[in-house]
Design a protein around this ligand. Sequence first.
Ligand code: S3P
Length: 433
Amino acid sequence: MAARLRGTLNLAADKSIAHRALLFSAMGSGTAEVEIREPGADVLSMAAAMEQLGAATRLEERDGALRFRITGGATATHAALPGDAPATLDCGNSGTMMRLLMGAATTRAGATTLIGDESLSARPMERVAGPLRASGAELSTTEGHAPVTISPTAIAACQHNLPVSSAQIVGALTLAALPASGTTTITTPGPTRDHTERMLAWLGVDIRREGNTTTLTGPANWQNKDIAVPADPSGAAFWLVAGAIHPDAEIVMPNVGLNPTRIGVIRILERMGAKVESVATGSRGPEPAGDLVIHSGQRLNAIHLEADDVADVIDELPILAIAMAAAEGTSTVRGAHELRVKESDRIDLMVRGLAQLGYDVVEHEDGWDITGRPVDLGAADPHAPTIRTEGDHRIAMAFAIANLSGVGACEVDDPDCAAVSYPSFFEHLASLT
Ligand code: S3P
């Protein structure tokens, strides 16, 4: 609990964009530099894998950002990951890395095995492997999970109708289809973030996402270009909620990625009554970026989120649950089944944690109901509960914000797991108080 929150935070780079910048550069032609501010453990896993394949070299840090020089493995005709020797790549905790690589690795000349930590090894991989096999890929999962082994295969251009709206699966299928001649279409039941399509189009590939369909015409090849990855809007979301619910806050965040498929959290906080200032500044790369400022305002109102709202805030729902706990009335979330198969079962952990803080909260298979109460910045509670995170970075950061901004005094059992996406989260938290 802090009486006042003030400061300017230079956030860690967006991991969705950083993963793609590293991986796509390793598949293109020629050499370019990728600049990533304070990469978290997930992005460092991708960087290490690209170093292992001989594509990336780590350069010195400049202005707080790590730089990588990357030379792609493209053939004369199409994009490809380099290396003809078998390789085992460790994806750590990162579902995005494993799923994108399941598609990208089909373009290597050698076999690739993907492994991950305990949490990642429990996450579903057949949702990617199945559609990849349908287009001709040869790959095997371990009873639907990692380790996954991918053989080099030529994929045919084809039409996919996916049962799940997942940018990771769309990305995997797109990368596998890059060498294929002809048109590949990938349709999802709902919206997904479009970083793959934006970055490939910016590199010159004939690709677009219109509505819920991605259309790619291959074979695709490109000349690599330098990219500076903007700050993570999912990291910004923690401070947007802290500032919106704390009675005395002003927090500035420069150069945050403002891709419309990622800033649903701003739209939802505004619907709840928060005032977020956003000034577009542009960026070195395919993505829009700008500066964000949040000031405290009136108490937030409750909100009802349905499946259509959920896609743009799938990673922000844990921290939005904290905003709901501070809002006036009962907020509801439905259509968020996917939260059960993220780094943890996020519905279960958010509902349990808020119940430990004394909130009236109801669990649903696909969401929750949370009845809010006013924040209380009173004295520290010596009996504050310890919240279970199961090593999930977003759960740890969400409850750290609950403690900071008077939603409920608590500790988290594994604060270090924040480093998966946001290594300096707790330093930033301390700097605001
Ligand atoms: C991501 C897509 C989302 C998101 C994840 C990153 C990406 O997953 O939850 O943190 O970079 O493509 P799904 O696409 O599976 O919903």
